[in-house]
Structure formats: structure tokens, C-alpha cells
Design a protein around this ligand. Structure first.
Ligand code: DX5
Ligand code: ZN
Length: 223
């Protein structure tokens, strides 16, 4: 299975966000990761569907929308209308996960379920049957630039076992604190999609940094 690199674009310089996105695409970014925070589910506020619709007009790669918000069902149709191709919701705050993932799929997007670092991996067992991807958080959601929680590697291995048994077509995505030094390790442990925020955008040359991470991912798979 081809491994995908997903720059977390809101970790970039918002003044030059268009240029920053283009630089990641020239460097080989496969999809764009778009973090939505509401100040309730997580202690930070970011952006809504409007900015997404502007990005959608300029790029053709999938936009992977990570909803860290309360009552996601209310907003899912607007994000998909704005151009989100992948939409993920947290298992911790969705009461009817089957209904929510089905809604995302019915609206034509890929449906993802997200696990916070404190949530047992088994909590997504049932959702794996009807999810297109599962996102394992390797930091507590809310901010870019946090350190990778080491325990996430064992959790990734456990999640991969569960995924292989229940639904091998479901992709595993990892998000939080991924950098040059640990990207190969998470890919070898089972991540199919790797989100990188500060590990790309804190570099002077965003294009070169994206390319470097892609190469690291590629060599990790080749081993
Ligand atoms: C955290 C977000 C992440 C974050 C990644 O709440 O979901 O996508 O922006 O940034 P880094 O890679 O810097 O941890
Ligand atoms: Zn995210």
C-alpha cells in the first residue's frame, strides 16, 4: 500500500498560506491535512469551511479535514460542500459513530474515526467495520509543535493488528509530533498516512523539507 504524506497546513505561515501549500505540493505532498478546532472540544480555535473552499479552488489533492469540534454532525455537510474529501471525527465526542460515519460517506467523502492518546485502541473496534481510515493522535489535540508521545508506537502496533483483522482496507493515519527523526519508525509500525505540521513548516525551505520527509517515508517502506 502506498504511504501518504499529509502536511498539516495550519502549522504554516498564515500570511503566505497559499505559497506554503504550493511548496508542499511541489515537494510531493499527497493530501492536505486541515485542522478544525472549536474552543470547546479542544482548547484552541482555528478555521471553518470558508477557508477550505478557497483552498479547494486552487488545489486538486484531497483535503483531509480533522474535526476537533463538538456536534460534528451539524457541520459535516458544510465542510463537504466546501470541498473536504476526507472527514474525521473523534470517537470521544460522537455518540452515534455509525450514524456520523455513514453521513460522511453518504455525502461522498471518506469517513475517518479519531482516537485521542488517552482512549483505548479497542474503542474504535466497531467503527473499523465502516470507517475508511482511523486517525491515531500521538499528541493531545489542540496545538501544533508538541512532542510525540512515545507510547503511541505500541498503540499503533495494536491498532494495526486490529485493523488487519477487521478491515484491511481501512487506512491508519497518525498525527502529532512527527518529524524527520521518527517518521520512519511510525511508518514501519503501521502508519499509512503521516500528518506533519511543524516538522515541515518550521523549516526555511518548505518544499525541500517536504521532499525529505517523502524520501524518509519511501526508504522506510523499502526496508
Ligand atoms: C493537533 C493537530 C495536528 C497538528 C500537527 O491538534 O491535529 O494536526 O497540527 O502538528 P505537529 O506535526 O506540529 O504536531
Ligand atoms: Zn490534525
Amino acid at each position: 500500500m502506498r504511504k501518504l504524506l499529509a502536511p498539516s497546513i495550519l502549522a504554516g505561515d498564515w500570511w503566505n498560506i497559499g505559497e506554503q501549500i504550493e511548496a508542499t505540493l511541489r515537494g510531493g505532498a499527497d493530501i492536505l491535512h486541515y485542522d478544525v478546532m472549536d474552543g470547546h472540544f479542544v482548547p484552541n480555535i482555528t478555521v471553518g469551511p470558508e477557508l477550505l473552499s478557497h483552498i479547494r479552488k486552487r488545489v486538486s489533492v484531497p483535503i483531509d479535514t480533522h474535526l476537533m469540534i463538538e456536534n460534528p454532525d451539524t457541520y459535516i455537510p458544510r465542510f463537504i460542500e466546501a470541498g473536504a474529501n476526507w472527514v474525521s471525527v473523534h470517537i470521544e465526542n460522537v455518540v452515534h459513530i455509525h450514524r456520523t460515519l455513514t453521513l460522511i460517506r453518504e455525502l461522498g467523502a471518506k469517513a475517518g474515526v479519531v482516537l485521542n492518546p488517552g482512549t483505548p485502541v479497542g474503542a474504535v473496534e466497531e467503527a473499523l467495520y465502516y470507517a475508511d481510515y482511523v486517525l491515531l493522535m500521538s499528541v493531545n489535540p489542540g496545538f501544533s509543535g508538541q512532542s510525540f508521545i512515545e507510547r503511541s508506537l505500541d498503540r499503533l502496533t495494536a491498532l494495526k493488528e486490529l485493523r488487519d483483522r477487521i478491515n484491511p482496507n481501512c487506512l491508519i493515519e497518525i498525527d502529532g509530533g512527527i518529524k524527520e527523526n521518527n517518521v520512519a519508525e511510525v511508518v514501519r509500525a503501521g502508519a499509512d498516512v503521516v500528518v506533519v505540521g511543524s516538522g515541515i513548516f518550521s523549516a526555511q525551505d518548505v518544499e525541500a523539507q517536504t521532499r525529505k520527509l517523502k524520501e524518509l517515508i519511501f526508504s522506510a517502506v523499502a526496508v
